[in-house]
Structures are given as C-alpha cells and as structure tokens.
Design a protein around this ligand. Structure first.
Ligand code: KG4
Ligand code: ZN
Length: 355
C-alpha cells in the first residue's frame, strides 16, 4: 500500500496533541506528509502563574485532555479507523508523568485496534516537522538545527529521512547547549521583563514594534570560541543586570516604554549566537542546506536574518508546526513504520514510557 495513514500522539511536555497524517510511502528523497487533522491543547494559562512548566500540573492536564483530543482528531480527519496503519507516540525525552499519559493512550488504541505501535523520540519528531504540508528541496549533507524550549542541538544529517539510522540523534550530533536552551533564554529573559510564560513569542512581537537591536550591548556567549556548543545561562544573568542598572540609573520601575528596544537587543544577542554556530558548522562540514526546527524556528527575526546569510538552501517548517505537535510525531512514525521499526503483540505491552 503506497498510501500510509498514521495516528500520532504527543504529550512530552505541556502540549497535548494528536494528529492524523497521510503520506505516499514510495516518495523517498523529498518526503511529504499531508496533515489530515491536528488537535493541540496547550496548557500555557495553567503554568504561567509559576513562570514555567510544573510537571505535576502538566501530567494531570494531559490526563484531562487526551481522550477528547484523540476523539476530535479522528472525527476531524473523517476517515475510518480501519484505514489507519499505525499509531506513533513520543516516548522520550520529556516529563515522565506527561509521557506516560500519551504512551498509555497510544498503547490502548494500538492494542484494541490491533495496530502496530511506533515509539518516537521527540527530537526526531521536530526534525520531521519540516516535511509537513510543504514540498522541500533539502540537499545533503544538511545541517539540522533544533532550537526549542528544551533543546539547542546541531546535527549533521548526511542523508534523507528514509536512510536515517535508528541512532542518528546521537551519532550525528555536532553541538548542543551546555546549560539553558535557546528557547529558555527567550523565556527567562521575557520573565525578567514581566511577560507571561512562554515568553519567546512576546519578545518576537515586542521587538517588531520598531525595537532597535543595537540599543543595548549584550554578550554573544561562546560565539567566537572554536566549539559548536552553546551556553545561554550567562546571557540571562546579563539581562538581569541590565534591567537592574536601567532601573537604578533612570530611577524608573515601569520598563514599558523601553520594552521594544530591550526585546530587540535580547533577541539579537540570541540570534547572533545561533547564527555564528550555524555558519561555523556549515562551513566546517561542507553542508548544502540548513534546516531550522523547534519552537524558536518560528521567530520572525531569525527567519529573516538566516535568509540573509550565504547558505545555499534554508528551510524551516510552517510556523504552526515549529512548536510541539503530534503531526511531526506521526511523520517520524511513518518513516519508522516503513522501516519496520514497530512494536506488536507482547513488546507493545511491555514498552516503557522512556528508556
Ligand atoms: O518546540 P517547543 O514547542 O517545545 C520544546 O520542545 O521545548 O518550543 C517552545 C519554545 C519556548 O521556549 C518558546 O518561547 C519558543 O519555543 N518560541 C519562540 C517563538 N515561538 C515559540 N521563541 C522565539 N520566538 C518565537 N516566535
Ligand atoms: Zn519540542
């Protein structure tokens, strides 16, 4: 059967999501996944009071949502369950309580409907998000850069997804953050400025209100060093010190009029740091394409600036597929299903939520 339909389930952090996608399994070098249905319930308002994700609240919220989300997804796709080929679910990395909710739901569906279960690494899901609902022309070797709230990882991807080895996430890793992820740098800076969680989109929007990216001088951590690793914790401290000194010097408590310039400067420091490493990795490994994925890949300034660099080919997912969603998990599931990397019968019931 060349046409595959995969049900994906994602619950690794604070987004409860299910999706049904369709693909032509005979397409190899440039895969394309049509999203038939995608339902995601974010929990932002439940965590914003705490300034970050509270694991216990996240897992309880998943428990309340997962049933409705899956039902709505299946109804939205208007296809009969008999035409679903497999169920894919995020099994790692993530919050264990949250993962367990999605994995339990996926196992129950796979077992009762007699479908194979495909365990998916969340990071591989993000990498596949670039193939959702869009044609791509990625050339290999490609630099896949995952920039999210939990990860900042640079991968040298030597071949298209149908040739990816089971362990490519560990064997092809070139660099990663040694402390905070890029999304965390956005979120923590936004929190210091008084924005709700998650703050990345707020910084993006506020900087776009004619903010001057050179208004304040902030560090570009490790960008000149001969390493492909990142470090963002110092930037957070620099932002904290900057805010304190502005308040002291100007004798003000309300930062509102300064927010566009502050946001633009913080955003620029993060983006410059990311671009310096991308350029170094691209040149060192003679890459032919750059692929940006993860929540931070939705950032409008990053998208504009990366296109101005001298990369042969830059691709990112549609903005709505940058942040956590189950369609990307289903897409990764399709590739692994094609390769026969599935759980059936007893292994399905024994599968753990996380390795
Ligand atoms: O991929 P994602 O949904 O979750 C993880 O797997 O971590 O990414 C969420 C992160 C948050 O840190 C959020 O602030 C950031 O992506 N983010 C953005 C933007 N949209 C989401 N950061 C900067 N600019 C944006 N437009
Ligand atoms: Zn994610």
């Amino acid at each position: 059967m060349p046409i595959l339909r995969i049900l994906g389930i994602e619950s690794s952090c604070d987004d409860c999501s299910a999706s049904l996608i369709e693909c032509d399994s005979t397409r190899d070098t440039h895969p394309y996944f049509k999203v038939l249905s995608l339902k995601t319930r974010a929990q932002d308002e439940k965590h914003t009071l705490f300034g970050g994700v509270v694991p216990e609240i996240a897992s309880r919220s998943h428990l309340e949502s997962i049933h409705d989300i899956i039902r709505e997804t299946l109804e939205g796709a208007r296809i009969d369950r008999t035409s679903i080929d497999a169920v894919a679910v995020t099994t790692n990395p993530g919050l264990i309580g949250s993962l367990l909710v999605g994995v339990s739901a996926a196992k129950a569906i796979a077992y009762t409907w007699s479908k194979p279960l495909v365990p998916i690494n969340h990071l591989e899901g993000h990498a596949m998000s670039v193939f959702l609902d869009q044609e791509t022309d990625i050339q290999y070797p490609a630099l896949f850069f995952l920039v999210s709230g939990g990860h900042t990882q640079l991968y040298l991807v030597k071949s298209p997804p149908h040739e990816w080895q089971a362990n490519w996430l560990s064997t092809q890793l070139l660099g990663r953050s040694l402390d905070d992820a890029a999304g965390e740098a956005f979120d923590k800076s936004a929190k210091l400025l008084g924005f709700p969680y998650p703050g990345g989109t707020w910084i993006d929007k506020t900087a776009a209100e004619s903010g001057n990216p050179n208004a304040y001088d902030l560090p570009r951590p490790l960008s000149k060093k001969d390493t492909l690793d990142f470090s963002f914790s110092g930037l957070k401290t620099a932002v904290h010190l900057l805010i304190e000194s502005i308040k002291e010097k100007k004798q003000i408590t309300d930062l509102k009029p300064l927010l566009p310039n502050l946001c633009a400067s913080i955003q620029e420091a993060i983006i410059d740091t990311l671009l310096a490493k991308i350029t170094r990795a691209y040149e060192t490994h003679e890459c032919r394409s750059v692929v940006l994925v993860g929540g931070v890949a939705a950032n409008s300034r990053l998208r504009t600036k990366i296109k101005q660099q001298k990369f042969d080919n830059v691709t990112f997912p549609k903005s709505s597929y940058c942040t956590d969603n189950a369609a990307m998990i289903a897409a990764a599931g399709a590739m692994r299903f094609i390769r026969g990397e599935v759980l059936e019968g007893e292994p399905l019931l024994l599968a753990k939520a996380s390795p």
